[in-house]
Design a protein around this ligand. Structure first.
Ligand code: PRP
Length: 206
């Protein structure tokens, strides 16, 4: 299992505000954007570099540039909230939306949108979804990306239940999981406890 739970104080602070029922939709979206940025910073620590030189006002300097193309695979709807913050850090990312919803009775993911081109165009794929509950949606998305031919895939989310981490790690042991917090459990309708409620509804006011 490759589970990375952030220990950054800003992540802990912002996550606490995010959980709070007093946090309105606008503030919720802002916090998700900021958490995405911080979690992406942690998830990209092993991004490959190649040497590059630039001209400073004082002359030439040796430096580095990212040598891997990063793709984001936000799982709609809630994963969309994580895109903006990451695009600020990595302006040249490709965004490949994946449409999945969770059937409320079976809790199984149902695919409704996928426009991936025939062959992979990125070297590193970040699957984005704030909530890893049963893990079904994340597993289905990684399945889609692996069939596409993606080589390096990471999951970046905010909250996870132990059940979701177990399931995703068992199905895809080579996919690191980066989250802000590992919560206690799933309740009997598949919500993370204590969690933050329904992330999609809180983000989009539905
Ligand atoms: C939520 C959440 C994840 C999924 C997690 O989405 O955003 O995508 O459920 O559950 P799982 O780990 O058990 O698959 P939901 O289906 O509510 O769709 P939405 O984002 O459109 O609200």
């Amino acid at each position: 299992m490759q589970l990375h739970v952030s220990s950054h104080p800003l992540v802990k602070h912002k996550l606490t505000l995010l959980r709070d029922t007093a946090t309105d939709h606008r503030k919720f979206r802002e916090l998700v954007r900021e958490l995405a940025l911080l979690l992406c910073y942690e998830a990209t620590q092993d991004l490959q570099l190649k040497p590059a030189t630039v001209n400073t006002p004082m002359g030439e300097a040796n430096g580095w540039e990212a040598s891997e193309i990063v793709g984001l695979a936000p799982i709609m709807r809630a994963g969309l909230g994580l895109v903006d913050g990451i695009q600020e850090l990595l302006p040249s990312v490709q965004v490949w939306h994946i449409g999945l919803y969770r059937d409320e009775e079976t809790l199984r993911p149902v695919e409704y949108y996928n426009k991936l081109p025939a062959s992979p165009t990125v070297q590193v794929c970040l699957v984005l979804d704030p909530m890893l509950a049963t893990g079904g949606s994340a597993i289905a998305t990684v399945d889609i990306l692996k069939r596409w031919g993606a080589q390096r895939i990471k999951y970046v989310g905010i909250l996870a239940a132990p059940e979701g981490v177990e399931a995703l790690s068992a199905a895809h042991p080579n996919v690191p999981i980066h989250i802000a917090e590992l919560d206690e459990r799933l309740n009997d309708i598949g919500f993370i406890v204590p969690g933050l409620g329904d992330a999609g509804d809180r983000m989009f006011g539905t």
